[in-house]
Design a protein around this ligand. Structure first.
Ligand code: BG6
Length: 494
């Protein structure tokens, strides 16, 4: 499957049409991101933003009750400019409609202009994607200049993802479809490509046997909050691993693409996904750990357990934590474990990739009984930094060595403003740049690997293991590493 980069025609006026325009994602991320794009003159001339919702609001009510009250607080205070905000609000139109009613699309048709680029942002539940696209098409709203953005998770398993892809594909060419994974819009994630493919020093070392293991952690301190309705049906594997963590794994593990063209990059990521060894029931029992938080304390504050959160069904088995060992069956990574871990209500917010290089075969210099290897720690959040752990001589008489870090603080090295992931990705959509979006085959390959794990868990009949909020997950996650002669970095005794 290949996708031509859509021709960049930045000067076409834009109608940005947001389904789910009164939802959580809109006020937290999309509208603040569009404001920033507007502030930095990255929206095409004559842009209009049409937000769609069911609430019986007039345009003015939408502006006062949604934009002012809900979206504005999510704009960085330092970036707020009252004049720019007023001009931004002037771009808005609110279209009240029921997305399942074909008739209602006539009001959308009236509100949208002809001869513009329509970007349809589907920030709704994926169950609605098919109907929305069918109705847009019947109303004659889709043309060759249109683009559609699909929010994750796309489906809840392989079959549902394929069905959505087929249905959306009836109305949009692959080059018009932007499957968003906001991790691909993060500065530090994009920087990973530069680290790997811009620094010749790493080329020869980036493989077995020079790399012993890879750890990818995305830990959050937040709980499920007000999203239990969504989260309880989803769980951490679908919410985080199938998309964000696998995308990070792909960037760490992929072969150098021939260029940064969308298909060149996506072809290489696809190869990684297809090389992931499918998990057998025995692998699932041995190599995966799922957990659910119980009451505890995060940042010194007492917090509820998952089962006590609002709208969580009694006895829910949704996992809020996953740790697993993935295996990549190719020459570069044969026998190198990839440990993935994510969870809510963990001890600290941390997104980090740790490349553990192999140890010396034997050491002529004492190191206190430890056999250290070099380690590259790429922190994506909350700090943006790269640390290379080296061994240095301990000052004093005699020869002893100890690990020390070469630290690169990217926030200090580059003081320019960093756009948030959604801002960057929305600008990519507007300019027709597909590199940082998932292609259909990639998404389906990710589901094909993740689905047996979900099935295995469901069949096992076991509950997720409990972990106290404010920790790094259940003890079994430590045991998973110990079995592989590895250790999560924060558990290592220095
Ligand atoms: C989203 C998940 O995709 O990513 C959320 O649905 C999660 O559950 C969020 O909290 C994490 O994103 P970030 O950018 O805060 O790491």
């Amino acid at each position: 499957m290949t996708t031509q980069q859509a021709s960049a025609t930045p000067d076409l006026p834009l109608d940005m049409i947001i389904f789910g325009g009164t939802g959580d994602l809109s006020f937290r991320k999309l509208l603040p991101a569009l404001y920033m794009a507007h502030l930095h003159c990255n929206l095409p001339p004559e842009t209009r933003i049409l937000t769609i919702g069911r609430k019986p609001w007039s345009r003015d009510e939408y502006i006062s009750q949604f934009m002012e009250e809900k979206a504005k607080p999510f704009i960085d205070k330092k970036a707020f400019d009252a004049t720019a905000w007023d001009k931004f609000l002037a771009l808005f139109e609110y279209v009240r409609m029921n997305v399942d009613s074909a008739e209602d699309y006539l009001s959308l048709k009236e509100a949208s202009r002809e001869g513009v680029r329509r970007v349809f942002y589907l920030a709704t539940s994926p169950d609605l994607f098919t109907n929305i696209c069918d109705n847009l098409s019947s109303a004659g709203l889709i043309d060759a200049n249109s683009r559609v953005v699909l929010e994750k998770p796309l489906g809840h398993d392989l079959a549902s993802a394929q069905e959505i892809n087929n249905d959306v594909g009836k109305h949009f060419e692959e080059a018009q479809i932007y499957r968003i994974d906001h991790y691909l819009g993060k500065e530090t994630v994009q920087n990973l490509m530069v680290l790997r493919f811009g620094n010749p020093i790493f080329g020869p070392l980036w493989q077995a046997p020079y790399i012993k293991s890879v750890q990818i952690t995305v830990a959050e301190t937040v709980g499920v909050g007000s999203r239990a309705g969504f989260y309880d049906k989803t769980g951490a594997l679908r919410d985080m691993v199938q998309n964000h963590l696998l995308q990070l794994l792909c960037i760490v593990a992929m072969e150098p693409p021939v260029s940064l063209d969308p298909d060149a990059v996506r072809d290489e990521k696809l190869k990684v996904l297809r090389s992931l060894r499918p998990m057998t029931p025995e692998d699932i029992a041995r190599d995966t750990v799922r957990g659910q938080y119980t009451a505890g304390a995060v940042d010194g504050e007492a917090v509820k357990g998952y089962l006590e959160e609002d709208n969580v069904p009694a006895g829910s088995r949704a996992e809020t934590f996953v740790a697993l060992r993935a295996r990549i069956n190719n020459w570069r990574w044969a026998n190198v474990p990839f440990f993935l871990r994510t969870g809510k209500r963990m001890q600290k917010k941390l997104s980090e990739i740790v490349i553990e290089f192999s140890e010396l075969p034997f050491s002529i210099i004492p190191s206190g009984g430890r056999n250290y290897g070099n380690r590259l720690v790429i922190q994506l959040q909350p700090e943006e930094s790269i640390q290379l752990q080296m061994l240095a001589k301990e000052p004093g008489s005699g020869m002893h060595m100890l690990p020390v870090s070469l630290n690169l603080d990217l926030q200090q090295a580059f003081t320019e403003r960093r756009a948030e992931a959604y801002e960057r990705l929305l600008i990519d959509v507007i300019r027709g740049r597909l590199t940082h979006f998932m292609r259909r085959d990639e998404l389906e390959a990710a589901w094909a690997w993740a689905e047996p794990i979900l099935d295995g868990w469901a069949k096992s009949g076991e509950r997720p293991r409990s972990y106290s909020a404010g920790t790094f997950g259940p003890a079994a996650s430590t045991a998973l590493m110990t079995r592989e002669n590895a250790v999560w970095v924060e558990e290592e005794s220095q």
